[in-house]
Design a protein around this ligand. Structure first.
Ligand SMILES: Cc1ncc(C[n+]2csc(CCOP(=O)(O)OP(=O)(O)O)c2C)c(N)n1
Ligand SMILES: [Mg+2]
Length: 358
């Protein structure tokens, strides 16, 4: 088994298996995410979008965990979880529109690029302040408990976030109230330029769960099936009233932290090349090739299809235009404050309903 229970709260439940057609679908999403990642970095370098946080190397952890969730569950992401949104049914176009903050962007261009929110699929706005989503996920799970909902919350965060105040507050509350929460830590070995070894003296991040009175599990985050199985088990335990689980998915961040840093300044090319050998996308390709589900031509088609989908979405997003300036003044106050009314008039953008009432 690819996962080891650090502090099993009870005997591990039966492992859950992903059928081959689902693995093939997972590969499509992983490849789409990888292609988008590479394209988005190039777009930022060309000055066409403002910011991007890549997740290359983390696709199996993201897609595998998302596949184990159910529609009523709520996702509390950090900022590398766009693959989770894809699995939950968010169209690629909606994601690319958000990168531009164009007229079709659901957040109306008011969020940083790469900070998605998709309420319909229970995907809460991305959290850039490290760890805040952890306590939010616990609070939401307490609400679910009170309403006796058969659902869980999942909080995504990184190795660096395990040093945050919110990690402690969130996991402590979750342990005391046995909330139905899955804490999904992607240990990608770096917190910007700080290596995992400087983050904590704990042998694993998962073992921190022991102090809060629940189970911590270490899983190979490059193994799609192992991640799916670990999150399925944690989800089942949570809805059955067994409380939270901390899962540490061990992965490697192949790209920069974001488009704002240069990883060559703090880590060696050799380290990255070594990590590339465990590339989760190639690992799933290999599995599907060796079981005969796909040949190389089939895999190549998946990559071509992804490239063409991303190219189309980029063209559409770039040509869509910006949200109207008047929308700057919408959605905050039911009636504009005198100051905002002044600003709106000065900008010549009095919202239509305001204009009508005059
Ligand atoms: C409260 C807070 N402190 C510091 C930062 C600056 N910051 C942004 S990302 C980051 C590192 C996070 O590392 P990790 O939790 O491992 O997540 P990863 O970026 O590796 O996915 C830091 C320190 C922040 N955004 N919020
Ligand atoms: Mg990290």
């Amino acid at each position: 088994m690819a996962e080891s229970s650090v502090t099993p709260a009870r005997a591990p439940p039966e492992s859950v298996e992903l059928p081959v057609p689902q693995v093939e679908n997972a590969l499509r999403t992983m490849v789409l995410a990888r292609v988008l990642d590479e394209r988005a970095i190039a777009l930022q370098r060309q000055g066409r979008i403002g910011f991007y946080a890549p997740h290359s190397g983390q696709e199996a952890a993201l897609v595998g965990s998302a596949l184990a969730l159910r529609p009523p569950d709520w996702v509390f992401p950090a900022y590398r979880e766009l693959s989770v949104a894809l699995v939950r049914g968010v169209p690629l176009q909606a994601i690319v529109d958000q990168l531009w903050g164009n007229v079709n962007d659901l957040s109306k261009g008011r969020q940083m690029p790469n900070h998605f929110a998709f309420r319909q699929v229970h995907f809460v706005s991305a959290s850039s302040p490290i760890g805040t989503q952890i306590t939010q996920a616990v609070g939401a799970a307490m609400g679910m408990q009170r309403r006796k909902e058969s659902a869980v919350t999942i909080a995504y965060f990184g190795d660096g976030a395990t040093s945050s105040n919110d990690f402690h507050a969130g996991l402590n509350f979750a342990g005391v109230f046995r909330t139905p929460t899955v804490f999904f830590c992607q240990n990608n070995q770096w917190a910007i330029s700080l290596p995992r070894a400087r983050q904590t003296q704990s042998t694993t991040l998962a073992e921190k769960a022991e102090a809060y009175g629940f189970a911590g599990v270490v899983v190979d985050g490059n193994d799609l099936r192992a991640v799916y199985s670990a999150v399925s088990d944690a989800r089942r335990k949570a809805v059955e009233g067994g409380g939270p689980t901390l899962i540490e998915a061990q992965v490697y961040r192949l790209g920069p932290h974001s488009t704002s840093d240069d990883p060559h300044r703090y880590r060696s090319d050799r380290e990255v090349e070594e990590a590339r050998r465990g590339d989760p996308v190639h690992r799933v390709e290999e599995e599907l090739r060796s079981c005969g589900a796909l040949d190389q031509a089939g895999i190549d088609r998946i990559w071509e299809e992804a490239r063409s989908r991303v190219a189309q979405a980029v063209t559409a997003a770039e040509s869509a235009g910006s949200p109207p300036s008047a929308s700057l003044f919408e959605d905050v106050f039911a009636t504009l404050t005198p100051r905002l009314r002044e600003e709106s008039e000065a900008a010549g953008t009095l919202p239509p309903e305001e204009g009508r009432s005059r």
